[in-house]
Design a protein. Structure first.
Ligand code: ME8
Length: 584
């Protein structure tokens, strides 16, 4: 039995109702609710990142998209879903053709080198993709050719001519209203895309055109009928606004004489398929298109940056509608990282190398920072000082400090998961526990529901904020009862001390379990130290403090893990000042 896709929202909802209507607050009930919201069907989830251009090396923004997708994939797996996670590289088009020429390399050799850099980065940052797609692969070419033929046979593609602006940097056609004047670095007047600032050129060629204009009302219907199709809402509203504007047919090929590096149009060797049509089909290629895609395609979720919204929210759905295929379940859009308030760019020399920074701050440190600080709705700023401050406060001091205190040999010489004493901490008040302690238990018991809700909507920063608040409460709990001051020679004080530690470890177990999608290595270290086995780490079976409800705990009396190392070492800002750095 697997948890069905409605699990998070439905179980949350059911649980809230139960809480309101009755005095249920037993974790038996929570576990029962979680288990009861199941379905027999094998639930699937398919998450994608954009496929990245190989004209330059990966930067922090690319890693950010991959970390979001990875977190979502790991979260779904912990919920019991069968999850597929695709990323990869976008290797065709004029931009890549020109970059290979400039590097003096054969295009494929050039693409392979850069694509491998992306793969290395992702592997070293614990990006647990299940499929890495390159658009130069045969399986992809076959999918694109098939997709094109379907559109052609439905007469949605026709031979025409295109005259207008084109940005090679964005690989995008622009209408006159999307173009403005600017000066290049030598002071020459040029035309640029108003959105990206990239240079545009006037082009006039015979092309194949896609009947994009015919899809306006279907696109509007889709968005109006699915208010969560594009998330967060502000991006859905932006797309609805664009659909009120001019929606001309779209050129979907380039003359072969100008663009050789791409897939030829089936049946016309003088034309090359437009790189965006080629690239978007990657999501289908991975799903098994054209023969075996249905299973994964029906559960597809795209993660994209705000820069490529138009391609994913207008062109792609129109192509899919044209080809008679389902639309993705959701498109999750995120905003951009700036560096000290400026857009990352080669010319400013402020491009953040994610591999270098993951070595400086550790992989999990960088992942945590990106997800804790990144807000999908608005741009976020990256500085090394901020990273150091946040990681020291939340991972080293708060979470790491809590683990040290609760597992210290001085308090727990036997190094076992201590026992819980129901008389010291009765379910209803009256023992040695204080009112704040019960409030903390309530918060930790609700935490999985809060976190799941935020993970579900890709608001990872809210989930981490909620976990952080509970960690602070648990630190407060330990501080309040100062177990190091209790008499450790047996008797009542010892039972109370063990109970304090038991409750704290139970809280830590919840935090470690919930943090797995974000910081897999740190969570593993934490859970291993607590003696939690790999098969006891799923969200489905997370059962907080069963002893409070007179049920057995599988952990009580179990040996703790033997690795007593620190969870996350404090970062010293001094150490980074001498490095090639953006400190000023
Ligand atoms: O557009 N902050 O590839 P690309 C956050 N090949 N994320 C950023 C970012 C920033 N400053 N800069 C880039 C392409 N990104 C196409 C995609 S998909 C079928 C084809 C991330 O290499 C963000 O996800 O230019 C953005 O959408 C993507 O990188 C663009 O990567």
């Amino acid at each position: 039995m697997r948890v069905c896709s409605l699990f998070a929202s439905r179980s949350c909802h059911i649980f809230r109702r139960l809480q309101q209507n009755t005095l249920v607050s037993s974790s038996t009930t929570i576990a029962a609710v979680r288990r009861s919201v199941t379905c027999n069907e094998k639930s699937g989830y398919y998450v994608t990142t954009p496929i990245f251009y190989v004209n330059a090396s990966p930067h922090l923004g690319h890693l950010y998209s991959a970390v979001i997708a990875d977190c979502s994939h790991r979260y779904k797996q912990l919920q019991g879903f069968n999850s597929k996670f695709a990323t990869g590289t976008d290797e065709h088009g004029l931009k890549v053709q020109q970059a290979a020429e400039a590097a003096g390399k054969q295009p494929l050799t050039f693409c392979t080198e850069v694509s491998e850099r992306f793969e290395r980065l992702f592997r070293s940052c614990s990006i647990s993709y299940t499929d890495y797609i390159r658009t130069t692969e045969l399986r992809h070419r076959q999918a694109v050719e098939h997709f094109w033929s379907v559109l052609w046979n439905k007469r949605l593609i026709y031979k025409g001519s295109y005259e207008g602006w084109y940005s090679t940097q964005d690989e995008s056609f622009l209408t006159p209203s999307q173009v403005g004047d600017a000066l290049d670095s030598s002071g020459n007047e040029i035309k640029v895309s108003l959105e990206s600032g990239h240079k545009v050129e006037w082009m006039k060629e015979e092309n194949y055109m896609f009947r994009l204009s015919a899809f306006r009302s279907q696109l509007l219907d889709w968005l109006r009928g699915n208010p969560k199709a594009i998330q967060p809402e502000r991006f859905q509203l932006a797309v609805l606004q664009w659909l009120q504007e001019d929606l001309p047919d779209l050129s979907v090929s380039r003359q072969r004489s100008r663009l050789q590096w791409g897939i030829p149009v089936p049946g016309d060797a003088n034309q090359t398929i437009y790189v965006w049509l080629d690239a978007l089909v990657n999501y289908l290629s991975v799903a098994g298109y054209p023969d075996h895609h249905e299973r994964w395609w029906s559960v597809a979720h795209h993660i994209i940056g705000k820069d490529i919204l138009k391609f994913h929210a207008i062109y792609w759905p129109a192509f899919l509608l044209g080809a008679g295929l389902r639309l993705p379940q959701a498109i999750h859009v995120h905003s951009h990282w700036t560096v000290r308030g400026k857009k990352m760019s080669k010319s400013l020399g402020n491009v953040i190398d994610p591999l270098e920074h993951s070595r400086m701050f550790t992989t999990d440190g960088l992942r945590y920072f990106l997800l804790r600080q990144g807000v999908p709705e608005s741009d976020c700023d990256y500085t090394e000082e901020k990273v150091i401050k946040l990681l020291n406060a939340e991972l080293a001091d708060s979470l790491g400090g809590l683990m040290n205190r609760c597992t210290a040999a001085a308090l727990n010489p036997a190094q076992v998961y201590p026992s819980f004493c129901p008389q010291a901490f009765p379910r209803d008040q009256g023992g040695r526990a204080a009112a704040e302690d019960y409030r903390m238990l309530e918060a930790v018991r609700n935490l999985p529901f809060v976190v799941e809700k935020h993970y579900e909507s890709m608001h990872f920063y809210k989930a981490l904020e909620a976990i952080g608040a509970c960690v602070r409460q648990t630190n407060g709990f330990v501080q309040r009862h100062a177990p190091w001051k209790l008499d450790r020679t047996g008797g009542k004080d010892q039972r109370w001390l063990d109970t304090i530690l038991h409750v704290s470890l139970e809280c830590m177990r919840v935090y470690g379990t919930l943090l797995q999608p974000v910081v897999p290595e740190i969570s593993d270290k934490l859970l291993t130290r607590l003696g939690v086995r790999p098969d006891e780490r799923s969200f489905e079976t997370l059962d907080f403090l069963p002893r409070l409800w007179q049920r057995d705990s599988p952990f009580e009396g179990r040996a703790l893990g033997t690795d007593t190392g620190v969870l996350f070492s404090r970062l010293e800002s001094q150490k980074f000042k001498n490095k090639k750095s953006h400190f000023k």
